[in-house]
Design a protein around this ligand. Structure first.
Ligand SMILES: Nc1nc2c(c(=O)[nH]1)N[C@H]1C(S)=C(S)[C@@H](COP(=O)(O)OP(=O)(O)OC[C@H]3O[C@@H](n4cnc5c(=O)[nH]c(N)nc54)[C@H](O)[C@@H]3O)O[C@H]1N2
Ligand SMILES: Nc1nc2c(c(=O)[nH]1)N[C@H]1C(S)=C(S)[C@@H](COP(=O)(O)OP(=O)(O)OC[C@H]3O[C@@H](n4cnc5c(=O)[nH]c(N)nc54)[C@H](O)[C@@H]3O)O[C@H]1N2
Ligand SMILES: [Mo]
Length: 741
């Protein structure tokens, strides 16, 4: 680390150049090979050296003094020396373990943390907790909770296998697809991000090619800018996609456009399901006229769309956002049914695809190799919660709940350990979480910054950022491998998560298990060596670590054998020889298994459940991902630029309320309220507003969140008893101009 230097690193939003002078990051510049470099990196210099970095370990005063007069979120912090902090945390872990057992420790610790294969916060924490006897874990993700539950029932495959494996590549789409029907958008804004990084951001350029090729592309979404301009926008009311899909099914069936041969050979339960949408089960028919009322789309448009979909090769793309809402299982199930009715599953460029654009590397064709991995060990405790049931769990120890056909019991948690996530940013109904958060006896958090979560911990341990340590960068589907060199010394007294856990493990007598007597450098060498050998055995030539360190990064020469891979082809070619792993071996349009769960909101086939919203609040709130950030990361710097989040609203709704661009707006409902700055756009439909995630929850004494975090408004309901996923989108709210007193 000389006086002045520049090196390349990678991140969840891709690679960039980092310029350092006298031990400080002074600037960042785009990576030369990235055609659309995200602006997110611009926040790095200010955020890394920000006064909101946690400068040393702290303990919450009320916790130390064992009083209940102060609460988490409303207390002072006492600075500690590292030695004392480690001692305190270790003693507390030992106390909880011996009094209540490891099943009283919650280590789910959801969150994206930073890129880097060794200093991966989740793996670090999980390995540490495993080495001390285990923990209650969390299952699935906030991203795709409902999808991960429903898709295996319908397609017999793990959802990640569908997303990363059984999916048409961009180049297959370019070659074969005539109609790209997009539900919820394919947004280059979201494709900036990928777990571990997407290095060449090229979703926009794919759409340019599709546009030149004259593909018919329809983007069905409440917001026009959810898809590139080459698409035709078909505005829809949020939460009503299933109504549209059912009406399309109605047209396909009644106009004899459905592929009956495919439906009988490859699917089970179509005849039963048909009765539902044709209205032969005692209910009404799901006609285009009916769907028009729900969706806001003209019946004639729906008929035209259905006919289009039945002509030529059609790919249905569904964004993850559709299932991040109440009853989110249904649009994913119903989209599979529609694709089955078109009969093109298993043909190149046809069928169904989930999550294009949501994550930059989806649809890319780099060989699916195993990346460098820091092993987490095994957890002797099998109990878990669906990830977004955290507040439910804390509020209801011992209470039964349903999940995907199981009757489960919430564990009784005494200690919560979080490392690499920000639940007071990401969880729905933050005021409810704030109540639930008072229940455990102890909360330990590792964080670089004073986030809303760090401010609600009992023991706060300052963690380094990725710039303060070395690592290996690699991401699924990406052809690059990076050596991420340490750029600057740790800021303040921050330590690497690994070093914190190594110290704790000494006190807990599990040091050997956790560290295997290796330093960080030795771990990086050994996990890289394993990756190197594995890649070699697959015929992929990668540099050895010494060479990679010198080169900083390498674009691996990996064959693009994913490019022409046709999803579900083996099943289509011979459904008896290659059946799906569903009970019938076929695509389950009707699932007897799900029917037997007896969940009213999700019977044996997809249905339209009208969103149950409090009509007192006339606007519908969407809370998508921010275009200029990764979740709540680097928010210390973002807050300095814009104190409040930005609320997007149609001119019609703004006019009705007499509010204008730039006004400070209060958004509220029965669960909470927050502030945001108004932006007015024609690209969002009337009646719907959009407030991106990412703000650091900062409630006033009266409970008004001044940061503009949409999760003070969202509902903590779970998608359904099947998936129990996060249900963030489509929430009832009202707004008004904020009058400061
Ligand atoms: N309303 C609404 N809410 C949502 C969503 C939505 O669509 N709408 N989306 C949901 C989804 S899909 C997601 S994925 C979540 C995202 O939610 P999170 O993953 O919790 O969000 P991040 O801001 O990425 O949190 C990561 C935290 O790790 C910290 N960190 C970074 N590097 C390190 C490190 O090396 N060590 C440690 N100890 N900490 C580190 C960062 O400072 C940050 O505070 O939000 C969910 N919440
Ligand atoms: N820049 C940036 N990119 C990111 C992230 C980030 O923080 N920043 N986070 C990443 C993560 S963790 C994830 S999980 C993905 C999420 O990827 P997605 O789940 O696809 O993204 P969202 O941003 O939640 O929503 C996309 C759009 O869906 C539309 N939508 C909402 N509800 C409905 C509906 O009922 N029907 C229809 N048709 N459309 C609807 C909204 O207009 C919204 O803008 O994004 C990833 N990409
Ligand atoms: Mo996510």
């Amino acid at each position: 680390m000389g006086n002045k230097s520049s090196k390349i690193t990678t991140s969840h939003w891709g690679a960039f150049n980092v310029f350092v002078e006298n031990g400080r990051i002074i600037n960042t510049e785009p990576f030369h090979a990235d055609p659309a470099p995200p602006n997110i990196s611009q926040l790095v210099p200010s955020a890394v050296h920000h006064s909101k970095r946690i400068d040393q370990p702290y303990v919450r005063k009320g916790w130390l003094e064992k009083t209940t007069s102060t609460k988490r979120g409303n207390d002072e912090y006492v600075p500690l020396a590292w030695e004392d902090a480690i001692d305190l945390a270790a003693k507390e872990l030992i106390r909880v373990k011996s009094n209540f057992g490891n099943e009283a420790i919650f280590g789910g610790s959801y969150g994206w943390a930073s890129a880097g294969r060794f200093h991966h916060s989740q793996s670090q924490l999980h390995r540490f907790l495993n080495s001390m006897g285990g923990y209650i874990s969390s299952y699935a993700s906030y991203s795709t909770g409902a999808a991960q539950a429903i898709i295996p029932h319908v397609l017999g495959l793990n959802f990640h296998k569908v997303t990363w494996g059984e999916i048409n590549s961009w180049s297959l789409i370019e070659k074969h697809t005539d109609n790209l029907i997009i539900f919820g958008g394919i947004n280059p804004k979201n494709s900036q991000v990928s777990m571990g990084g997407s290095t060449e951001h090229d979703v926009s350029s794919q759409f340019k090619k599709f546009g030149y090729a004259g593909k018919k592309m329809v983007s069905i979404s409440p917001q026009k800018d959810d898809s590139p301009n080459e698409t035709r926008w078909l505005p829809i009311n949020p939460g009503t996609d299933v109504a549209l899909m059912l009406a399309i099914a109605h047209v396909l069936e009644t106009e004899e456009l459905a592929d009956q041969l495919f439906l009988s050979k490859y699917c089970s339960g179509y005849e039963l399901f048909k009765k539902y949408f044709l209205g032969r089960d005692g209910h009404f028919a799901k006609t285009p006229e009916w769907a028009s009322e729900e969706t806001g789309i003209d019946a004639s448009e729906i008929i035209k769309l259905a006919r289009n979909m039945a002509s030529g090769r059609t790919l249905i793309s569904v964004s993850w956002s559709l299932q991040r809402a109440r009853y989110g299982e249904h649009p994913f199930w119903m989209a599979c049914v529609l694709a089955a009715m078109l009969g093109q599953i298993g043909l190149p460029g046809g069928g169904i695809g989930f999550g294009y654009g949501a994550i930059g590397n989806i649809g890319k064709t780099a060989k699916r190799m195993q990346g460098p991995l820091f092993e987490q060990g095994t957890n002797p405790i099998s109990d878990f919660i669906p990830v977004s049931r955290i507040a439910d769990m804390l509020l209801n120890p011992g209470r039964p709940y349903n999940f995907n056909g199981e009757k489960r019991i919430y564990p009784d948690i005494k200690l919560v350990y979080w490392c690499g996530g920000n639940p007071f940013h990401h969880h729905q109904d933050l005021n409810r979480l704030a109540k639930a958060w008072q229940y455990p006896e102890t909360v330990i958090v590792h964080e670089p910054w004073w986030t809303a979560t760090a401010k609600r911990a009992d023991i706060v341990l300052p963690a380094t950022t990725q710039f303060e340590r070395s690592d290996i960068g690699w991401a699924k589907g990406d052809p690059y491998i990076f050596y991420m060199p340490q750029m600057i010394p740790p800021v303040g007294l921050a330590k690497d998560d690994y070093d914190i856990f190594a110290e704790l493990s000494k006190k807990l007598n599990c040091e050997e298990n956790f560290t295997e007597n290796q330093s960080s450098e030795e771990w990086i060498q050994s996990i890289y060596d394993k990756f190197y050998m594995q890649s070699k055995s697959q015929g992929i030539n990668v540099a050895d670590l010494e060479t990679l360190k010198e080169k900083n990064f390498e674009r691996m020469t990996i064959d693009l054998d994913g490019e022409n891979y046709v999803p579900f082809k083996a099943f289509r070619d011979d459904p008896l020889k290659s059946p799906l792993a569903t009970p019938t071996g076929k695509i389950e349009i009707y699932s007897e298994k799900i029917a037997k769960f007896n969940y009213p909101e999700i019977p044996g086939h997809p249905i339209f459940n009208k969103p149950l919203l409090d009509q007192k609040f006339p606007l519908r709130l969407l809370s998508p991902q921010p275009h200029d950030k990764l979740h709540s990361q680097l928010q210390a710097a973002a807050e300095d630029i814009t104190k409040h989040a930005v609320l997007v609203m149609n001119p019609h709704d703004a006019g009705k309320r007499g509010i204008s661009k730039g006004d400070l707006i209060k958004i509220w409902n029965s669960r909470g309220s927050c502030l945001a700055t108004l932006e007015i756009k024609e690209t969002i439909i009337p009646g719907v507003i959009s407030l991106a995630t990412g703000a650091w929850f900062s409630p006033t004494k009266e409970g008004l969140d001044i940061s503009g975090n949409p999760n003070v408004l969202t509902a903590d309901t779970g998608t359904s008893d099947l998936g129990q996923g996060a249900a963030a989108h489509n929430i009832e709210v009202e707004v008004e101009k904020y009058q400061e007193n």
